[in-house]
Design a protein around this ligand. Structure first.
Ligand code: HEM
Length: 448
């Protein structure tokens, strides 16, 4: 017989709701403290939080078809429309199948060269700040991830579209605002967030239309293109209803731009910050980079040799998973680990707390890349670590994201000493991705 998971007493609910607005990570930690399965009831609304590898496996993989995207992403749909991150069912399947070839492993050599070039350019740019005051390294790595995305998946130089990152900040603010207000505030309200969002949406529409026009003008009819953008353009041309095809193309492109740069930039920001505050680990990364690469930039063949650097990136994503929450909605009643889930309930799997579960992670708050050496990793349940999600909605860009994070970490650490600006505290800000509040101001010196 299945049981109802425990939950906070009704008197704790106002405090919990306040935390939803001001301290979402604290709220998830509180929930994890109550148990591995927690149920929160707010009138007719039910929410379940599952914080155990086998529960995550059930929701995200084994019975994935019962769980559609939920809180936050549903609201984000008002912004991202029906792109790959938010679409469901047959539409999602068709979109995923269409762009998948752009991510195939065979493209990794070309992608590695593009990433290495952008990484070298980043090092050169950071060097120009040597001896100056702090530079916002998060802003610079965000520029890099957009540049890589443009070159590897869109066959386009995104440099002329500098306002993309700024526009997405307004989109994230809006998505969180909608999550907190449960999508009940109409978009036309004269609030600062809403106004910024409307402006950002217009700007993004202008940008994606320009990107599509530019890429289309370089395609010949029937071209067998293999970058993601040309594949999306060809799918739109084949659509039975041209207007719907055009709208879906806009949604897909905005989604890819967002999903493909924010997460990797967040990974890099947290990794470079952790290395700055753990100089011994930084020395080991530097040693590996010098041993494997000497003075040259990396190529695809170096990826599997930069093993310690990869462990550092993995450990950074354990402590600061860029996608800190995976929200779902149960389509039908279900049972998870012996607990009942009612139809229509919100179901949350939270990588941020799962990656700190004391049963699977020894001294979970400690930064220790050694956790990801082969022997230790093999002794852990697979679903104890899910920075790229799991099941059919597993991140389509995980290889590219890892490639960028490892190459950039290796090159920046080999060549530079980055120190966090005096007085700056790194604070995690859980938006659609886990951002760094106030960016990452750092001073730059050449490494010896
Ligand atoms: C370190 C970097 C990255 C991390 C940590 C990350 C994480 C994730 C996670 C956790 C999901 C699953 C979301 C869910 O199940 O609700 C996801 C989905 C997705 N990611 Fe990534 N991602 C990264 C890089 C990338 C890159 C480089 C791209 C390239 C364009 C990308 C594109 C996507 C897309 C399109 C989806 C939706 C896939 C689908 O639902 O079929 N991501 N990502």
């Amino acid at each position: 017989m299945s049981a109802r998971p425990p939950g906070p007493p009704p008197t704790a609910l106002p405090g919990l709701l306040r935390k939803l607005a001001v301290d979402r990570l604290g709220m998830m930690r509180d929930a994890a403290g109550l148990g591995d399965a927690v149920r929160v009831a707010m009138g007719p609304k039910k929410m379940y939080v599952f914080n155990r590898p086998d529960y995550a496996k059930h929701v995200l993989a084994d019975n994935a078809e019962n769980y559609h995207k939920g809180i936050g992403l549903v609201e984000a749909r008002r912004i991202l429309g029906n792109g790959l991150l938010t679409s469901e069912g047959d539409l999602w399947r068709a979109q995923r199948r269409n762009v998948q070839p752009a991510f195939r492993p065979g493209r990794i050599t070309a992608q590695a060269d593009a990433v290495a070039e952008e990484a070298a350019r980043l090092v050169a740019l950071l060097r120009t700040h040597e001896g100056d005051g702090p530079v916002d390294v998060l802003r610079e790595v965000t520029g890099l991830t957009l540049g890589v995305l443009g070159r590897t998946l869109l066959d386009t130089d995104l440099a002329p579209y500098g306002s993309i990152a700024h526009a997405f900040e307004a989109v994230q603010d809006q998505a969180m605002f909608e999550m907190v207000t449960q999508g009940m505030a109409p978009l036309w309200l004269p609030l600062g967030t809403q106004r910024r969002f409307r402006r950002a949406r217009r700007e993004l529409t202008r940008i994606v239309d320009a990107l599509v026009a530019d890429r289309s003008s370089r395609m010949s009819d029937g071209e067998d293109a293999d970058d993601a953008l040309s594949r999306m353009i060809l799918a739109a041309r084949r659509h039975a209803d041209p207007r719907t095809g055009r709208r879906l193309l806009q949604d897909e492109l905005v989604t890819l731009l967002l999903a493909g740069h924010e997460t990797t930039a967040s990974t890099l920001g947290w990794t470079l910050w952790l290395l700055a505050v753990h100089p011994q680990v930084r020395s080991l990364v530097r040693e590996e980079a010098r041993e494997v690469l000497g003075d040259r930039v990396p190529g695809a063949e170096d990826l599997h040799k930069l093993t310690y650097t990869a462990q550092v990136v993995q450990e950074a994503m354990r402590l600061y998973p860029p996608v800190w929450i995976l929200p779902r909605v149960a389509q039908r009643a279900d049972e998870v680990g012996g607990y009942t889930v009612t139809a229509g309930a919100d179901v949350l799997v939270c990588p941020y707390t799962l990656h700190r579960h004391p049963e699977f992670w020894d001294d979970p708050e400690r930064f220790d890349p050694g956790r990801f050496d082969a022997s230790q990793a093999a002794s852990r349940p697979r679903y104890a670590y899910i920075p790229f999600g799991a099941g059919p909605r597993f991140c389509i860009g995980s290889n590219l994201g890892m490639l960028e994070a490892v190459f950039v970490t290796a090159l920046v650490t080999r060549d530079l000493d980055l120190s966090v600006a005096a007085g700056h505290d790194a604070v995690a800000e859980p938006m659609l991705s886990l951002r760094m509040r106030g960016g990452l101001p750092m001073t730059v010196r050449s490494a010896r």
